[in-house]
Write a protein that binds this ligand. Sequence first.
Ligand SMILES: [Ca+2]
Ligand SMILES: [Ca+2]
Length: 505
Amino acid sequence: MLSTTVTVIILTISTLVNDDVVKAQASDLNWWKHAVFYQIYPRSFKDSNNDGIGDLRGIIETLDHFPNLGVNAVWLSPIFKSPQVDQGYDISDYRDVDPDYGTIEDLQELIQEAHAKGIRVILDFVPNHTSDKHQWFIDSIKGIEEYRDYYIWANAKTDDNGNRVPPNNWISSFKNSAWTWNEERQQYYLHQFASAQPDLNYRNPKVVEAMKDVLRFWLDQGIDGFRIDAITHLFEDKDLPDEPKSGLPGYNDTDYEYLNHIYTINLPETFDMVYQWRQLVDDYTKQDGGDQRVLMTEAYSDVNHTMLYYGTADGRRLGAHFTFNFNFIKNIDIDSTAYDIVDNAINKWLNAIPAIYTRDFERTPYQWDTSINAGFNTGAKPWLPVSEKYLKTNLQQEEETDGSSHYKIYQALVEIRGSPTIVSGDVEVEAINENVILMKRSYDQSSIAVFFNKGNEDVVVSVNDYVPNDNNIEIKSINSLRDMGSSIDPANLNLDAHEALVISF
Ligand SMILES: [Ca+2]
Ligand SMILES: [Ca+2]
């Protein structure tokens, strides 16, 4: 786990030209290049009114946690009004906060208080689909002129037996047909996700404008940017052609993987829309002044497509400020060798562009301290059970312990990440052997290197080519038995199983 943390932190550092550091100090247009982002899952973070569900006031109460940790920006998973069919990614009102989380006034207060503490606030933007409870969809079903073409409606086809069938073979990411019949409208509507999440029709200029208005609405509330959800699915081929079979073994015709999604993901129009949104936030920043508002995209795509989300290859049009790198998750697993990790995940990415990447794996309530329900609330049954480990594993314990803790290691990593060597240094990534990975950054006579042994056995390696005899251990993983401030012997570096070290020289 810790070695993962080390990798992620070090790789989050942009390969900035040196001038950027100077510029960043003079102007906050570049703040996002150096910031550490923290994803908050509001439902599980802190429950202020003891109803079992984390909420915005809970986040307000705990804001000091972030500067203490070294975090400068928080991204909130969706907090908008939603029937919660898909964890809030099914939005029934883009301009209001779900009562589970509080009110729009709470959000305004959260933004103000966060800004006062130097923390930026990023909201989730879910443009591909609304909830089927959104008024737009209700009016679209009724055929009300303004909203009739807000969604992707198509007539049924008839099979050889005279049965009604969907207009094509497209499959939802959540399995089965991507089309659901609507009795009232007597047509099918498209949903690339759940049937309760009808896809918006971005070929309708009214939809494009309405969603741009949503972005402006939140910018007017003072937020610092958006993380755009499920962007790859925005546009579909307007002629609705059948998709070819993928030929992948082990899937049947109800599985998403059964088809090769050439007509439903990464269409050129989708990239164009991201460029339009980037123009919108840039124009807003220019007109309103203040710091750069940012766009981040989530795109489960190959590197070439992912790069297009940053902008056109000729650089004439800009896209997202950064895109999450899912190669860390998709291209490697626990059995990957150091060579696999360097080749498949790190270099593929560094050869393109590095970006900030965070991800939470746990949705159970946050473990603050040893009080009831780990301090998530004052005793009401939380919406998900609190981990039984909380008496031993909680923030307070990790902060107050005299020994090492993941919290302290994370803090130290965030701090070292701000050093000029890490911010501006040249980067070198090597697999020393099957299990040992080296990442090194050098800038102006100083270097910082990270070694970690991902293997289950201890190992001895020679790293003379990378590290001089005169070196200092700055940070060590929680399992490491070394003394802080001691040095390693580069001719004979003995790394325990899963040991990770950050060394300066
Ligand atoms: Ca609550
Ligand atoms: Ca779509």
